[in-house]
Write a protein that binds this ligand. Structure first.
Ligand SMILES: [Zn+2]
Length: 343
């Protein structure tokens, strides 16, 4: 088969002939229909998650959708022929956290699809059986590409922060792939939502989805008490992760408010006084990816129309690198998708 692979971390993927993948014990072979293209894929290819040269060459792409076309010994036979989404984290399935359904807290995390195993930038992929999550049959494969990360991650955030009716939620960085779906998931759970971003077309999309769009080039001039008519934000979801966004959140949250952190950049520290947290009963919450069960919730939200997949560019394999350019330039609204059915 022909597909893309990364030969050096930090370099563009190269179109090349690849060996046909064969499923081993407890693995499934997937005929890839589509794969989402977002900033995390670029970060993976850049070596940000792991840059061990021993892992190369590697087929990138963690948000893959496809049909199971083969089973290794011991793989779940009920998956045969099913459309599945890939769960991103290579969890063990056996530790206390995994057994409790808290997959991102796995004690034996073995890495990530697209970094430690091959992903969806090739027409076939082999996944551990437990990483193949069956999707509803009525869900279009391109629409489904937002499920395994761009919608599942917001579902996890909503759970971590306890988002519900009466909440006033600010999403900082609301025009990107996770942000634009976070806006919708928070609204679905009953919150009033404001989406912060800096590009006009992204702000227009945020407004079209029923949220308040707020220009946030300079957070210093955004008065947190004026974002919503009925009070300061109760939740701030920070997808940008600068000292300025973190400080704005702590200063601006209502009493009882929660700051949810999702970024993993190094050296982005902020100071918070214990008395600030205590007097206003603030919480700072880290949220990491999603539980496997939350991929099923995410798929139901998309299949039912409660969350609209925002995929602004769909390209066949010959043109997928154009999407990377737009991502790097920050001009892509929501996600892009690689469509393997366009040959
Ligand atoms: Zn585990």
């Amino acid at each position: 088969m022909y597909g893309y692979r990364v030969n050096a971390w930090g370099s563009e993927p190269v179109w090349d002939e690849l060996p046909d993948p064969i499923p081993g014990p407890n693995e499934v072979l997937v005929d890839v229909e589509a794969c989402s293209v977002g900033l995390t894929v670029l970060n993976c290819m850049n070596g940000d998650l792991d840059n061990d040269p021993q892992l190369l060459p590697r087929v990138p792409g963690h948000e893959l959708i496809g049909r199971v076309s083969g089973l290794g010994p011991g793989a779940d036979p009920s998956l045969m022929g099913k459309r599945v989404a890939a769960y991103f984290y290579l969890v063990c399935g056996e530790c206390d956290a995994c057994r409790a359904g808290r997959d991102p807290q796995c004690a034996n995390l073995a890495g990530w699809i697209g970094v430690h195993r091959d992903g969806g930038y090739a027409p076939q992929a082999v996944l551990p059986s437990r990483n193949a999550i069956a999707m509803p049959e009525n869900l279009d494969p391109i629409a489904a590409t937002v499920v395994p990360d761009a919608v599942a991650t917001p579902v996890h955030v909503a759970s971590r922060a306890g988002i519900g009716h009466g909440d006033r939620v600010v999403v900082i960085g609301a025009g990107g792939g996770v942000g634009i779906h976070m806006v919708q998931v928070a609204r679905h759970y009953g919150a009033a939502v404001a989406g912060f971003d800096i590009a006009d077309d992204k702000l227009a999309e945020i407004e079209r989805l029923g949220a308040t769009a707020v220009r946030s080039d300079d957070l210093g001039v955004v008065d947190p008490t004026r974002v919503f008519v009925d009070g300061a934000p109760t939740v701030v979801i920070d997808l940008i992760g600068t000292t300025a966004t973190q400080r704005w959140a702590i200063d601006g949250l209502a009493t009882g408010g929660r700051l949810v952190a999702l970024t993993t950049f190094r050296d982005r520290a902020f100071e918070v006084e214990s008395r600030e947290l205590v007097f206003r009963e603030l919480a700072v919450i880290g949220s990491r990816y999603a539980n496997r069960s939350e991929l099923i919730t995410a798929a139901e939200l998309v299949a039912s129309g409660a969350v609209k997949p925002i995929i602004s560019e769909v390209r066949g394999p010959a043109e997928v690198l154009d999407i990377h350019e737009n991502l790097q330039a920050g001009t892509l609204i929501g996600r892009g998708a690689l469509d393997w059915r366009q040959k």
